[in-house]
Ligand binder design. Structure first.
Ligand SMILES: *[C@@H]1O[C@H](CO)[C@@H](O)[C@H](O)[C@H]1NC(C)=O
Ligand SMILES: *[C@@H]1O[C@H](CO)[C@@H](O)[C@H](O)[C@H]1NC(C)=O
Ligand SMILES: *[C@@H]1O[C@H](CO)[C@@H](O)[C@H](O)[C@H]1NC(C)=O
Length: 300
């Protein structure tokens, strides 16, 4: 009799296995129902054959966001079924979101579900330094499952290369470089100001460029090809949504300061030495060609 009972037990577990195997193609909702109970007799077998929700091993644990930009903390979950996904801020255990609903009055927080990648992403808009820290992606299984993501917030540094004062002789090309480090993204724009006026390149002969030096540096350059005394002053570099940096430009009147000062101010103010010389030579050339035309009848 004992033997018989034993083989019956074996048969029933074989049957269970067969049933389990036959259920492999079952739709996800049925799976979650099984997982929800978990304590039933067949629960063990079924949990093994159909793993319940679990975090994708490639779901990132460290995220770096740039100050004032938007931060995205992904949480990849397989076989979520109809379980809920919550995002919790570790610092104060504040529940930020549950599924698509936001549970914090701070409107910068939102959760997005991308079905294709089975990802629940916590979005933090206009991220601040105080947002840095650990965030928990929690799935409403019993017991609860947690995946932690560490958010680092980096603040780009804006400086002007070199000293706080730049000295240059009038007429000698000067380039002011604005260096932005620890910047994950290139700023959308860099404005330059000379005292309170915005510096534009169009028509002014000034050259404004931005160069990216991966991974995290951008350099904005302002070139004044032939500075005159009136170009002296405070130059401020103002990259989009970042801090500013300033430098004082002192344009010296060259090797003959005394002579320059005696000269008419209008001349020194409106154009530098080389530019003036250029104008003169152009005028001279025009005069010569005019004379040539007048003097040689073959041209008429
Ligand atoms: C999950 O779905 C099952 C049916 O598929 C339902 O019985 C159960 O209550 C659901 N659980 C939750 C938390 O909605
Ligand atoms: C995440 O950052 C911590 C320090 O904040 C570091 O120790 C860890 O190695 C990083 N992990 C990955 C996967 O980069
Ligand atoms: C230059 O201008 C900026 C912006 O207006 C200001 O913050 C800075 O103090 C000025 N620097 C000097 C030396 O005047």
């Amino acid at each position: 009799m004992r033997m018989w009972a034993g083989s019956r037990a074996v048969r029933s577990s074989l049957l269970m296995l067969l049933l389990t195997a036959a259920n492999v193609g079952a739709p996800p909702p049925a799976l979650s129902e099984d997982d929800l109970g978990g304590s039933g007799r067949g629960g063990r077998h079924k949990r093994r054959a159909f793993p319940g929700p679990h975090f994708h091993p490639t779901s990132p644990t460290n995220v770096t966001a740039q100050m004032s930009a938007h931060a995205y903390l992904p949480c990849r979950i397989k076989n979520l079924g109809n379980k809920s996904v919550s995002w919790i801020r570790n610092r104060d255990s504040h529940i930020l979101t549950v599924d698509r609903y936001t549970f914090i009055s701070d409107e910068r927080f939102a959760a997005w579900h991308q079905a294709a990648t089975q990802t629940w992403t916590l979005q933090i808009k206009f991220v601040q330094e105080r947002d840095a820290g650990s965030y928990e992606c929690q799935v409403s299984t019993e017991p609860k499952m947690s995946h932690f993501v560490q958010l680092d917030v980096i603040t780009p540094q804006v400086t002007i290369a070199g000293e706080a004062d730049i000295y240059v002789n009038s007429g000698s090309t000067v380039t002011i470089k604005c260096v932005i480090t620890q910047a994950l993204e290139e700023p959308n724009y860099i404005f330059w100001y000379h005292d309170d006026r915005r510096v534009v390149s169009a028509g002014s002969g000034r050259v404004l460029t931005v160069d990216r030096h991966p991974p995290d540096t951008s350099v904005g350059s302002l070139t004044i090809p032939s500075p005159s005394l009136s170009d002296s002053g405070n130059y401020t570099c103002a990259p989009a949504s970042l801090s500013q940096a300033s430098v004082m430009l002192h344009v010296l009147s060259g090797e003959h300061p005394a002579a320059m000062q005696r000269g008419t101010t209008s001349t020194t103010d409106t154009s530098g030495g080389p530019e003036l010389r250029l104008h003169q030579s152009v005028l001279m050339a025009a005069l010569i060609s005019l004379l040539l035309c007048v003097c040689s009848p073959s041209f008429t």
